[in-house]
Design a protein around this ligand. Sequence first.
Ligand code: HEM
Ligand code: HEM
Ligand SMILES: [Fe+2]
Length: 483
Amino acid sequence: MSIAALDSANLNAGQKVAVKYFTVAMVLFLAQCLFGMLAGLQYLQPDFLYNVLDFNVNRMVHINAMVVWMLFGFIGSVYWLVEDESGTELVGAKLANLNFWILTLAVTVVVLVYLFVQTGPGTKETIWFINEGREYIEAPRWADFGIVVCVLIFFYNVAATFMKGKWSGISGVLVLDLVALAGLYLAGMFYTTNISMDQHWWWWVIHLWVEATWEVLVGCIMAWGLMKTLGARRKIVTTWLYIEVALMFGSGILGLGHHYFWIGTPEYWFTIGGFFSALEPIPLVAMVVHAVYDSGTHNFRNSNHPALAWLIAHAFGNFFGAGVWGFMHTLPQINLYTHGTQWTASHGHLAFFGAYATIIIAMIYIAVQKWRGDVWMSGDLADKGWKWKWSLGLLNVGVIGMTVALLISGYEQSFVERALEGSTWGGYFSAQTQPWFVQGMHWRMLFGWVTTAGVVLLLWDLATIGKTETRRAIDPTATPATT
Ligand code: HEM
Ligand code: HEM
Ligand SMILES: [Fe+2]
């Protein structure tokens, strides 16, 4: 028998909970892609599944599955590192387990309601039980309260564990960030009939999550991940983390203004939003330099090749998807033409994949390695590592392909619908039928298949990598760093 069977005896209590979260996250990742494919097909063939699974439902499941799998991935990542980082045992392992099952059950119910009960008039009751109607966080209100309770339990578990054990720079930033992340969710729970007010608060969740609290969270995970896979020195990663956090909050908080250009908020947001969001790429550059610098100084002699490859993909994906693709349309003079076109979808895909999907996948590779008893995961794997390399390639080529296709369609839309036809209703339809737009939609679909193939291969690899290995992992801290 190989040493490398999946055995929970290899995991500490926090990690046992973490692998559950990771498993659900990966199932939802696949679901996200399947529903994205359905929505994409409906662009090409609008009557496909009409009245059976409508575009609005597929789109909603697509992006909600994404938000939820990423939250599961983050919660899993924090549970994964909490005992290691605090040097003590998780305070409430049983509670964490119960919490996982409740949250997973609630998500299942919400998804089933999304799929089967979405037609009929909207009333006060439907807000409570069917759909709250805010893009990305459409979950009905009962689920909102459930989520808040679950997140509080999670927070208690993490904070209390650090309090019992020891604090570090990373854990200090992490816990403060979790307070902000959980608190902001409350801003998405108000109900108001004023659409400007509604949007105003809703962006507090969406923008401030992805461009502030999630970015800081992945900064913490990255810092920890670089120490684990490369043996990077704590002093260096912590210093970088502080710099990034300061820059991220400095630009990201007021950068919120780039969503306040056209929703009926005061005009000063043009200046504030334009200026601060234009600065947002700076911390993202710092993050790339950080990752490349750390891996470079360690000559890529690392204990987990797939994890490091995905960490590097994260550094570049975050920089290009969020930084470059965000910057392209963030000035109000440009956003006037690009707002809400496929240009936005192009940025949305590259940013969410590049910044968040990548780093969660990296953490899951780290988890699988330990789950199999610290098995070898460097070069020259039993299957030559073809599965992880191909899934890395397919996923990145797939998402970049979709991004470029959407950008071309979005460029055409900005040009025809907005610039030439002055944002008229007729302009909207004429833009949708132009060959450049339609071809972009076909290319998106093609690369969607590539992406989906990448996910399937990834799941297969995660289930099998290292299974037949007999060697133990390299200890990255034992290899002397060159600087
Ligand atoms: C990882 C970080 C980021 C993620 C995940 C992300 C994701 C998204 C998504 C999904 C949307 C579409 C929202 C909607 O449905 O209306 C969006 C909009 C936008 N993002 Fe980002 N973004 C990130 C960072 C940035 C950065 C750093 C900038 C600027 C430098 C930026 C600029 C914008 C702008 C201007 C819009 C509005 C587009 C429009 O008017 O239609 N984003 N972002
Ligand atoms: C598997 C292939 C995929 C296909 C075919 C696909 C297709 C789609 C479609 C058709 C939409 C709706 C666009 C619209 O309303 O006009 C959408 C939205 C979105 N998808 Fe995907 N998607 C895929 C994978 C992904 C992945 C891997 C991610 C990120 C990890 C992602 C993130 C998003 C986001 C953030 C939005 C909302 C964008 C916005 O509001 O502008 N998708 N996708
Ligand atoms: Fe934003």
